[in-house]
Design a protein around this ligand. Structure first.
Ligand SMILES: Cc1ncc(COP(=O)(O)O)c(C=O)c1O
Length: 376
């Protein structure tokens, strides 16, 4: 039995590949010394917008800040309801509470793990009928890199006059039909957390939009709410700028990003083929391309399976072991255990396998063989 240790995300191998370009980019920043909103930030913003087919990209300090800024720009706050899938990372709901608005947790689809649009429709109707909160926005999450159902979301949000924010923290680089993530919703929040498909060497994020007014708002909010005059503050803002150094690093990463997306897809296909029949593999939305932030299988006896894999040198991770409506800080916004059964069941069964674009064929085969043994 092989005990070769597999690397989960491949960041070291990636660095070995781009080291000279990273060094060159960093040196350029050190030489010009514009550490705040230096030229690399604008360069990256143009590259991000172009790739996504969006008119504007605004570099910000994290995916979480991108989300909160998207809500702030719409004036969302106390008395407003924001609909969020329960099976997600905490930031998707945290930003709602930080602004004094109320998160309404929505079920996810058992196959795609993304927001269940039928349940969303039902919950929006319920909140509107109850009359205590004003339905204002939806934060859809492209979980594990696969775009949510933006066709249906767009129709629903128009019908209910809701603002749609795509939480694309895991999906920058993905596509739905011939449209890229970044151009699928009126506002898209991306994250460049190091482990994301496009990751910096620290925190980072971006907001993408086609709307000029909204883009100007985001630029203002990320720098304390400044207007045209530096010392006239025209709205409440934040310090949420993307560091020049992180922008420079991301420019280096973009030189290999397409190649890595293709490698992620190849690895996902190999997992699909080799694991078919042994475990439940991810469902693919037709005519879409995932960014494969994670490749998650569904298994029973998850802890046992994870332990067996670890013994064979295969690291795994659990995203996420507890849905939002069962988190201590958020339980008061939910209806307790059993209220969102799909989210609850997924959180018990989901297991992420190494998603490393630099994993070689022997390593990938080893992962598959180890998974098949572990679930026997
Ligand atoms: C779905 C989701 N939303 C939001 C975030 C927040 O992004 P960041 O860590 O850049 O603040 C993350 C990632 O960490 C995420 O996975």
């Amino acid at each position: 039995m092989s005990t070769k240790k597999i690397d989960f995300a491949g960041l070291k191998a990636q660095y070995a590949r781009i080291k000279p370009e990273v060094a060159r980019r960093i040196q350029t920043v050190l030489d010009h010394g514009q550490f705040i909103l230096g030229p690399e930030v604008a360069e990256l913003e143009a590259a991000l917008a172009k790739r996504a087919g969006a008119k504007h990209a605004i570099g910000v300090s994290s995916g979480t800040d991108a989300l909160i800024m998207a809500l702030m720009a719409e004036g969302i706050g106390a008395g407003d309801a924001v609909f969020v899938p329960s099976f997600t990372f905490t930031a998707s709901a945290e930003v709602v509470l930080l602004l004094g608005a109320t998160p309404v947790f929505v079920e996810v689809d058992a196959r795609t793990f993304n927001i269940d649009t039928a349940d969303l429709d039902r919950r929006v109707g319920e909140v509107a009928r109850e009359g205590k909160l004003l339905p204002r926005a939806v934060i859809s999450v492209d979980l594990f890199g696969q775009p949510a159902d933006y066709g249906t979301l767009d129709t629903l949000c128009r019908r209910h006059a809701l603002f749609l924010i795509a939480d694309a923290a895991q999906s920058y680089g993905a596509k739905l039909g011939n449209r890229a993530v970044g151009a699928l919703a009126p506002a898209t929040a991306a994250s460049f957390f190091p482990a994301k498909p496009l990751g910096a060497y620290g925190d980072g994020g971006a907001l993408l939009t086609d709307n000029d007014e909204r883009a100007a708002h985001y630029v203002s909010i990320r720098a304390h709410g400044k207007g045209g005059d530096k010392y006239d503050i025209v709205r409440l803002g934040l310090n949420a700028r993307l560091d020049t150094l992180q922008a420079a690093i991301l420019m280096a990463k973009l030189t290999v990003f397409d190649d890595e997306l293709a490698a992620r897809e190849r690895l996902a296909k190999l997992y699909d083929e080799r694991l078919k029949g042994a475990v439940e593999t991810p469902h693919r939305v037709p005519d879409s391309a995932s960014a494969w932030a994670q490749y998650c299988i569904l298994v029973d006896r998850r802890d046992e399976v994870a332990r067996a894999l670890k013994e064979e040198g295969v690291p795994t991770a659990v995203y996420y072991p507890r849905p939002m409506h069962l988190q201590t800080a958020y339980a008061r916004f939910g209806e307790g255990p059993g209220s969102l059964p799909v989210s609850e069941r997924l959180s018990e069964r989901v297991l992420a396998l190494p998603m490393n674009p630099y994993l070689d064929a022997a390593g990938a085969e080893h992962v598959c063989a180890a998974v098949r043994r572990a679930v026997q």
